[in-house]
Ligand binder design. Structure first.
Ligand code: NIG
Ligand code: FE
Length: 410
């Protein structure tokens, strides 16, 4: 069989799939904008029941009813399981050392989360060897893969010196193309008395050292981190160096982050917990995805972002883990899906779309997040008859098999 991308190679059919989530708009799927959707009819997921997928090399070349699957070199039976696109975790902070158990314990006894805790991880990360950081990163990636994540973005932001930020990005770039320069996570403690000088470093020497290793530039736009003017200067400098913007916006309070994200055509505004109607309108009228990170609200006992409000306004929503040692120490996209369904007003179909196609949109990718001819063969198989079980059976390790680039990896 020859694929739509012109490749030839070994073909494998995965057959007898109870429910196949394709996210393929040509099957009646597409972005779940504007209406509350039930699983099945009218779903954004482009569902096929009793389905098969055919893989050739690293790509999907065919989807359809199992009984109509073409002849292939190999055949794998999914035996009544569900198959989804591998999760696209478009927001994580995985290059760090140490943990913040004590801070978490204090929060669970009533203390509020603040950006200041980032300094604890900065100190531990600076003190760590390359080998220690690499070992941590590899451990979290293996954890995420076992839970169905096949594409992930990750950031620097716990180094805050030229050498430590560049080191974090270099380590990350060995594992993913989706690397984000976050020198502007907080003002480095070394510049506590002169934030303007730190912004000059982030937009100057540090940017020069980091840009070759990164695709994206991010800034934590928040009280206690960077204000709107500083964030604009940082993202604009990054754009001039060929990096694309994304923003930590409106996490802990109302602020200018979301409006700035849309103004600068950022791929994503992340967190979006505290939004005005004008923020929601701006997102609905722009091309910036709202990435919601319920692990952060869970782990900081904060108010949930209102996914329903965003979806009803026509905003494209992504769901990601924000995995980091301070505000959200989970690598589990299934856990985030369950939270989003239970507490953020999403249907199971919407949450699964947001954790796959939504994550891809937040990374401006069309080759992942869907199971359709031409896309990478990144697949997650569940020990369950449908994707709905991710929310229906929270906390249960349902992921039974993971394929990445056409190869079974779990
Ligand atoms: O996305 N908000 C800023 N950064 C992280 C938290 C980092 C930390 O507390 O270490 C976040 O939640
Ligand atoms: Fe984050």
């Amino acid at each position: 069989m020859s694929s739509s991308t012109g490749r030839t190679g070994t073909t494998t059919a995965i057959t007898d799939i109870a429910t196949l989530v394709t996210n393929d708009p040509s099957l009646g799927g597409g972005s779940p904008r504007s209406s509350k959707l039930e699983s099945g009819r009218g779903s954004p997921l482009g569902l096929i029941r009793d389905a098969a997928v055919v893989i050739e090399g690293d790509r999907v070349v065919w989807t359809g009813e199992s009984s109509k699957a073409p002849a292939t070199d190999n055949r794998v039976r999914a035996d009544g399981r569900a198959v989804l696109p591998g999760f696209v975790d478009s927001h994580s902070h995985l290059v760090f050392a140490g943990d913040r158990t004590e801070e978490f314990n204090a929060r669970m006894s009533g203390r509020a989360y603040s950006a200041g805790g980032i300094r604890t991880t900065v100190a531990a990360t600076r003190a760590a060897t390359d080998g220690e950081l690499e070992a941590n990163l590899t451990r979290f990636l293996a954890e995420a893969l076992r839970q169905g994540t096949t594409t992930f973005e990750t950031k620097s932001g716990y180094g805050l010196t030229v050498a430590d930020e560049a080191r974090a990005l270099r380590l990350a770039a060995a594992h993913t193309d989706e690397v984000t320069y976050l020198g502007a996570h907080i003002v480095s403690p070394d510049y506590a008395d002169d934030p303007a000088a730190y912004v000059a470093l982030v937009t100057g020497e540090m940017l020069d050292a980091c840009a070759p290793h990164a695709r994206w530039i991010d800034v934590f736009c928040e009280k206690g981190a960077f204000d709107g003017d500083q964030a604009r200067a940082i993202l604009t400098a990054g754009k001039a160096k060929g990096l694309h913007p994304r923003i930590h916006a409106n996490q802990l309070s109302h602020g200018p982050g979301v409006q700035l994200a849309v103004e600068l055509d950022a791929a994503s505004a992340d967190h979006c917990t505290h939004l005005t109607d004008a923020d929601v309108d701006a997102l609905a009228n722009g091309d910036t995805v709202a990435t919601l990170l319920p692990g952060a609200e869970f782990s900081t006992r904060a108010e949930w972002p209102d996914a329903r409000r965003l979806l009803d306004a026509g905003v494209t929503v992504a769901l990601s883990t924000d995995c980091n040692p301070g505000s959200s120490f989970t690598s589990s996209v299934p856990f985030c899906i369950a939270l989003a369904v239970r507490d953020m007003g999403m249907t199971p179909d919407e949450a699964v779309w947001s954790a796959t196609a939504g994550g891809a949109a937040a990374l401006r990718r069309t080759d992942v997040g869907r199971i359709a001819p031409g896309a990478y063969a990144d697949l997650t198989l569940l020990d369950a008859p449908s994707h709905v079980h991710l929310a229906y059976r929270p906390g249960v390790p349902l992921v039974s098999e993971v394929w990445r680039r056409g190869v079974r990896v779990v």
